[in-house]
Design a protein around this ligand. Structure first.
Ligand SMILES: C[S@@+](CC[C@H](N)C(=O)[O-])C[C@H]1O[C@@H](n2cnc3c(N)ncnc32)[C@H](O)[C@@H]1O
Length: 348
């Protein structure tokens, strides 16, 4: 009986929304930024964050139980855990937890998870009335926070991608949905003979132009503002899809692959970089792909099925970075798709 109660409490602790929401509101209010080494009272914090003092006191009390804050009489201090929520902490937490950021806001669509699980459709449009990308297109602050989050998440991964594959095999690479250019910049910096072109939606494409200029890469990197559902620039040696297909259901993923195959022609290579489900993906991120986009992290078998519907051949599979796999795809030389060559040492 006692043991059962412990299990019940474990589940309750995991399920109650009080804790994740308390952390997200603390992040959104930038509470940690307002608490220095001498500590702050609830009244001071309420003034600085424009919140109700009694209600904020209750939030602070819960944060104390989580050991995000400590308390001495009426003064609150940051713990080591709480310091991770400061704007100057070297991490991406605020870009994820702030409920006014693109990703933090999208997480709130989890209240429609039941709908997503029943239907297989994205929860985000049901919760917000339109899809994630439409929201970003119309709200520059959301777009900016999303682009910043995408850049930050690849801070260590982009250099790994650049170093662990011989990109110098290609004279020209089109980075399809390349974001602000984090991956392409790393590739071009590491492989000086390669030229790149990035395709992304207009606001992000404009950020990419600035990033390439700041990196001194404008002579080798150009940017096209456009959609990957429209024809892509043709004739490049390689077409890169980095963390793109997991944002889309199969119908849209097929469209994107078709545009790449058309542009790549009979000699081009298509490179997919993603976390593979059941291999290097995270179940929570996979669920987020469902909730935000109706997409998913695919298994290798699902990728093979996807690719087989096109006149394409999965040539090799290799580890390219922490939690990322590279699928190298070429025009199909012989007919129906067969199992790829897996080279685990490619990534080393
Ligand atoms: C998950 S991010 C990946 C960005 C980049 N490839 C990387 O790995 O860092 C998805 C990207 O797809 C872009 N995107 C979404 N819909 C698009 C469309 N219809 N055409 C072009 N890009 C699109 C987004 O703007 C975003 O930059």
């Amino acid at each position: 009986m006692g043991a059962d109660q412990a299990l019940v409490q474990t589940l309750r602790d995991m399920a109650w929304l009080a804790t994740p929401m308390a952390l997200r509101v603390a992040a959104t209010l930038r509470l940690a930024d307002h608490i220095d080494d001498s500590g702050s009272t609830a009244g001071e914090l309420a003034k600085l964050t424009d919140t109700s003092p009694p209600a904020l006191t209750r939030l602070l009390a819960h944060l104390v139980t989580l050991e995000v804050l400590s308390r001495t009489e009426d003064t609150y201090f940051l713990t080591e855990l709480g310091r991770q929520l400061r704007s100057d902490a070297d991490n991406e937490l605020l870009l994820e937890l702030d409920i006014d950021s693109a990703v933090g806001r999208a997480e709130l669509a989890y209240v429609e998870l039941e709908y997503a699980v029943r239907t297989g459709h994205a929860a985000y449009p049901r919760h917000y009335g339109r899809d994630f990308w439409s929201d970003l297109a119309d709200t520059p602050a959301l777009r900016k926070s999303f682009d910043a989050k995408m850049t930050r998440r690849f801070q260590t991964i982009a250099p790994q991608i650049a170093q662990r594959y011989d990109w110098s095999r290609f004279a020209t690479i089109v980075d399809v949905g390349g974001g602000q250019g984090t991956v392409l910049s790393a590739i071009l910096r590491t492989h000086p003979t390669v030229r790149g072109q990035l395709v992304d939606l207009p606001a992000t494409a404009a950020h990419a132009v600035e990033e390439f200029a700041a990196a001194g890469l404008s002579d080798r990197a150009s940017v096209v503002a456009g959609s990957f559902f429209d024809p892509l620039p043709g004739g490049a040696d390689a077409y890169l899809l980095s963390d793109i297909l997991h944002d889309w259901d199969d119908a849209h993923a097929h469209e994107i692959l078709s545009r790449c195959a058309e542009a790549a022609g009979p000699t081009g290579t298509i490179l997919i970089i993603e976390a593979i489900h059941d291999h290097d993906s995270h179940t929570a991120i996979d669920l987020s792909m469902l909730v935000f986009f109706g997409g998913r992290n695919r298994t290798l078998a699902e990728f093979i099925t996807l690719i087989s519907a096109h006149d394409l051949h999965l040539k090799s599979v290799s580890e390219i970075a922490d939690h990322r796999t590279l699928l190298e795809i070429t025009p199909n030389p012989t007919g129906p798709e067969r199992a790829p060559h897996r080279n685990p040492t490619d990534g080393d």
